[in-house]
Design a protein around this ligand. Structure first.
Ligand code: GLA
Length: 386
């Protein structure tokens, strides 16, 4: 009976796998694209969250919950065709609620830091929640990573999940009711595309991103120091001790921040002679992407030699935060009771520059009524045999 109930709780919303036509578990193991919905648990306020599994025809899956819009898992094939999870994640909704260092989460209203949680817009100063060394980080204590989004599955051979959330005027200190739509699409070509859109009823600031931690070994077998990274960026954004930008941009040439050519991440990560490496405890900085305009451009390529997996990141955003899991210390339990240690993952958060609301020389993050905020980021997976 329990099995039957569980089965009935799955709503298969694809044209191929509809709830009516689904007669056996076998169908889900076939390489059919679609979306499966299952209950993910209850939150303290009684609301329930769901877990959606998007699958494409080649067998790649993306698991997403509408709690925090969290990407709970993402599989990709290695050079022998073996699918494994390439992200860090936790085992249950309650684990994510209890303590999530932003694994897989959607971040907003402002991804990254705002100095002292203050900014002035149109002559009015706003005070935001401060939650990180006196600064505002990732939208505050209840950012978009901790709210329940409304989910709409979209059928097709490129299954998608549309998430919507309206942040209230004054939420975490920000002005304006902000209506946000984020759509995850699992493409046929083994890419996960994330489209972000937002509108406001008062002038505000917006900087949305996703905070997935990647480890391309599959199943976080070891740290990411042997991953090879290329960043399409000639400049990076130096910070102070509290990781707030100094306001100047620095050429990467002749620094440990030069990833213009494929470079092993671990090669210079402990260069204690470099003040910026010291401040970040490794890499925890924004890089200014080369090229301008709103078109999708290649921002980063990551290659993991043992699995042969390659991830390419394309974005319309002007910058990318490269973070090497410096704050992971084994205290957060990951999947199957596995404790993720320092540098067991890397994040490539596509976004605007940190603290832009206080830096007139940085590209603006102001959104006004009548305007539409629109950005896209694509994480594409392939393999290379060497
Ligand atoms: C971002 C920040 C880091 C850290 C992580 C979460 O990447 O830049 O400093 O806060 O999020 O731990």
């Amino acid at each position: 009976m329990k099995g039957l109930t569980q089965f009935l709780s799955l709503a298969l919303v694809t044209g191929v796998l509809t709830m009516n036509s689904c007669t056996s578990k076998k169908e889900t193991t076939e390489q059919k694209s679609g979306i499966e919905k299952a209950s993910y648990g209850q939150l303290a306020d009684g609301q329930t969250a769901d877990l959606y599994t998007l699958r494409n025809a080649s067998g790649m899956t993306a698991k997403i919950t509408n709690y925090g819009g969290i990407l709970v898992g993402l599989t990709a094939p290695d050079k022998d065709g073996k699918f494994e999870d390439v992200t860090l994640g936790q085992d249950s909704l309650s684990a994510y609620v209890k303590n999530n260092p932003y694994f897989g989460a959607l971040i907003g209203r402002y991804g990254n830091r705002i100095a002292k949680g203050k900014f002035t817009l149109d002559g009015k100063t706003y005070s935001l929640v401060t939650n990180n060394m006196g600064n505002h980080l990732h939208g505050g204590t209840v950012g978009f990573d901790k709210v329940l989004w409304t989910a709409t599955p979209i059928e097709g051979d490129e299954p998608a999940l549309k998430l919507t959330y309206t942040a209230k005027d004054g939420e975490e200190g920000y002005p304006g009711n902000l209506s946000v739509t984020v759509t995850y699409t699992l493409q046929k070509d083994n890419a996960l595309k994330i489209d972000y859109q937002a509108t406001t009823d008062k002038p505000t600031v917006v900087n949305l991103t996703n905070h997935t931690y990647f480890n391309l070994t599959g199943g976080a077998k070891r740290d990411i120091l042997d991953h090879v990274l290329t960043l399409n960026a000639d400049r990076f954004i130096p910070v102070d001790k509290t990781l707030i930008p100094t306001g100047k941009l620095q050429p990467v040439a002749n620094t440990p921040f030069d990833f213009t050519k494929p470079t092993v991440i671990g090669a210079r990560i402990n260069d204690s002679t470099d003040t910026q490496i010291k401040y970040g405890g490794g890499y925890d900085h924004g890089w200014v992407l080369n090229g301008s305009g709103d078109s999708l451009k290649l921002a980063a390529t990551v290659y993991e030699p043992t699995s042969g997996r390659v991830m390419e990141v394309r974005t319309t955003e002007p910058a990318i935060q490269f973070y090497t899991g410096n704050f992971l210390d084994g205290s957060v339990m990951g999947r199957e009771g596995f404790a993720y240690k320092k540098r067991y993952a890397l994040c490539l958060e596509t976004e605007h520059y940190p603290d832009s609301p206080n830096q007139p020389s940085f590209p603006t993050t102001v959104l006004r009524p009548g305007q539409t905020y629109k950005t896209t980021t694509v994480y594409q997976f392939s393999t290379r045999k060497e």
